[in-house]
Design a protein around this ligand. Structure first.
Ligand code: DGY
Length: 323
């Protein structure tokens, strides 16, 4: 029996590439270069499955490729706003993602950013490595503490809840949140968190705002100039969700004008490009999209893709089908 032909758009953990190669006729991206639109279209024409990541733009134009062979886009990642799901559906493609397995690591990274920006860890490290540290003194790099502060969460799905748990149980923070649907006590479990009606209500109360909603669609620039103005001037903005949720230009202007205490960012509007205004600011911590970047999680994400593909090619509904 011929094995389905699959293509991975980037290098994946060895263990997962081996598991895929054992079952499928697998094309690897040996030099790990980001695929161009033309290469993505070639992949769609020549493979039964294309396995993209957040670095691939699968928009309506790319998906309109003539005579595609592909029947499934098995995405490596939970977020899939880089895929035009309607266009994929129209092209007869099933789309899957990898929920659940990266919740803890992404939540840990949100806390990392909160601590780094509030405690000025990036500034301190830059100073020390540059040989500019002049020793301990009471007024040196004084930051803000997390303990007892209010954390505002936008998007209280799995990751939002994991961040809230850490903040509440680890740092004694009060948690307020906004979510599209109303969450009941069963979903919140041991979490003491107050759901507020509007994004603005959360922004007005929070000392730290952490974003955990999907990117794309109506969430593009959800945090725009007017919402940034609704935040308290001593507050910090944390984004581990998707870059386009924040209007980066408006964020730079708010930070430059001192209307916000700082920001901790793991995602950007035009990755891997970062707004030069952000690079110039000391009170911003900038990480290169590391939310899920632990060995355990990256393997688990890959194995989730393996399960989705096996189900699909066995004629079953993949467990993580999103379209
Ligand atoms: C995710 O899973 O959404 C990560 O951000 C990588 O795409």
């Amino acid at each position: 029996m011929t094995r389905p032909r699959i293509l991975l758009t980037r290098r994946w953990p060895d263990e997962v590439e081996r598991a895929l190669s054992a079952r499928f006729d697998t094309t690897l991206n040996l030099d790990d270069h980001p695929l161009s639109a033309a290469e993505l279209q070639q992949a769609l024409r020549e493979h039964d499955a294309v396995l993209p990541t957040v670095s691939d733009r699968l928009d309506a134009r790319v998906l309109a490729v003539a005579s595609p062979r592909a029947r499934i886009l098995a995405n490596y990642g939970v977020g899939y706003s880089h895929i035009d799901v309607d266009a994929a559906r129209a092209a007869g493609l099933t789309v899957t993602n990898t929920p659940g397995v990266l919740t803890d690591c992404t939540a840990d990274l949100a806390l990392t950013l909160m601590l780094m920006v509030a405690r000025r860890a990036g500034e301190g490290e830059r100073e020390l490595r540059a040989g500019r540290w002049r020793g301990w003194r009471p007024t040196h790099l004084v930051g803000s503490r997390l303990s007892g502060k209010t954390l505002g969460i936008i998007g209280m799905g799995r990751i939002g809840q994991a961040v809230a748990m850490r903040a509440q149980h680890g740092f004694g923070m009060k948690v307020v949140f906004q979510n599209r649907s109303r969450l009941g006590p069963a979903q919140l479990g041991t979490l003491q968190a107050t759901q507020l009606e509007r994004v603005e209500d959360v922004l007005a109360q929070a000392d730290f705002v952490s974003l955990h909603c999907p990117g794309g669609g109506a969430n593009r620039h959800l945090i725009d100039a007017s919402r940034l103005a609704a935040m308290q001037p001593h507050a910090f903005l944390i984004n581990t969700a998707r870059g386009d949720v924040v209007d980066e230009q408006a964020l730079v202007e708010a930070l430059q004008a001192g209307r916000l205490a700082g920001a901790g960012l793991d995602v950007y509007e035009a990755e891997p490009q970062v707004h030069p205004g952000l690079l110039a600011l000391e009170n911003v911590v900038l990480l290169p999209h590391l939310g899920s970047a632990t060995g355990e999680t990256r393997v688990a994400m890959g194995m989730r893709v393996v399960d989705n593909l096996i189900a699909f090619f066995d004629g079953r509904t993949p467990p993580d089908k999103v379209a």
